[in-house]
Design a protein around this ligand. Structure first.
Ligand code: AFP
Length: 337
């Protein structure tokens, strides 16, 4: 059977299905090209001297890894000249990056986490890149942070790359979720996972259990019930996974179902949660919903959250629909134990 490449897939989406305009197709292709380059850098690891810290901090006060800095630069450089963007924003930069005046400007905003899961770089565990695309608000020619403060429901595209044993690119433009695998010999993205669907039920959950003493009652109740297995109220055993790279945990959920939680807890409450809304929670929520799953803060659909800041954090519960709905129900019950 003939292989469908990302380029063919996107042209098809543009041409016959008319799901995306030409500029958005170009934008996604440019991001995908940058991701290929990132995959090469990540794959070199210690051989290229790319492991370890960059001796700097990002806006969140987190120590940056060398690869955090390099991947951010790669994405900026790849996307600044194409004429499809009005501005970019990233986990690694306090303020948005304006498109330099020497290049034409376009109508989209690109926001990304260039290297998600960077604590895993030095131990050779999967990491990824997450991105989200928004329209630049009408009439805004020099977008500031405010232009990016749009609810996730306004995203026109979102995706992530996972650098694991294979490199995958998973994408939505609002017409389902499709996965591509990088053919390293040919340098091509090949459509390998069409119309991905997340099973509504699951026996697998992902949460950083070392924080259990800080959890709120509804989360504690939910996880306790899962841990009780067939002897508890759920009357079945559950299995647990935690990669500490959101991309890897979400990728597993797209592949075989599951629930992922980084909930509000006593320790992250002052920050509003742990994961960043604009470049982690929103793109993943868009993808998960498009695959038939659900994504909530515990109280509200993630895609409905009105952002107040570029680097705002939110609690995240996402994955198999019936489990996410159960967690939301537990949050709504007044007598949550
Ligand atoms: P970075 O964006 O700094 O790489 O952090 C990764 C992450 O936000 C997300 O990918 C993981 O799910 C989570 O942090 C892991 O957090 P723990 O340190 O609590 O395991």
């Amino acid at each position: 059977m003939a292989r469908v490449t990302l380029t063919q897939f996107l042209i098809e989406q543009q041409r016959s299905a008319q799901h995306i305009p030409a500029d958005l197709r170009l934008l996604i292709e440019v991001v995908a090209r940058a991701v290929k380059v990132i995959s090469v850098h990540v794959g070199k690891g210690a051989v290229a001297g790319l492991l370890g810290s960059a001796d700097s901090e990002n806006v969140q006060g987190e120590v940056q890894k060398k690869l955090d800095v390099i991947t951010n630069e790669l994405l900026l450089q790849a996307n600044e000249w194409g004429g499809h963007l009005a501005a970019m924003a990233s986990e690694e930069m306090e303020e948005p990056f304006p498109i330099p005046n020497r290049y034409p400007k376009g109508e989209y905003l690109l926001v990304f986490d260039p290297l998600d899961g960077s604590s895993n770089i030095d131990v050779n565990v999967s990491v990824g890149t997450i991105f989200s695309v928004l329209h630049c608000p009408e009439g805004v020619t020099d977008p500031t942070a405010e232009a990016f403060l749009q609810p996730g429901s306004r995203q026109v595209a979102a995706g992530y790359a996972i650098y694991g044993p294979a490199t995958n690119l998973v994408l939505t433009v609002g017409t389902g979720v499709h996965g591509f695998t990088l053919d390293r010999e040919f340098g091509a993205w090949v459509l390998t996972h069409s119309d991905i669907r997340i099973p509504e039920d699951t026996k697998e959950f992902a949460i950083n259990a070392s924080r259990s003493r800080f959890w709120e009652a509804p989360v504690k109740r939910y996880v306790d019930e899962l841990m009780a297995g067939r002897d508890g109220p759920r009357e079945q055993d559950f299995n647990m996974r935690w990669v500490a790279s959101m991309v890897a945990d979400v990728h597993r959920i797209l592949a075989r179902g599951g629930i992922f939680m980084y909930p509000m807890d006593e320790k992250n409450r002052a920050n509003g949660g742990h994961l960043r809304l604009l470049y982690e929670a929103n793109p993943m929520a868009f993808i998960v919903e498009q695959a038939g799953g659900a994504a909530s803060t515990g109280h509200q659909r993630i895609l409905d959250v009105q952002p107040k800041g570029l680097h705002q954090r939110v609690p995240v519960v996402l994955g198999s629909k019936n489990e996410v709905e159960r967690v939301v129900r537990y949050h709504a019950e007044p007598a949550a134990r």
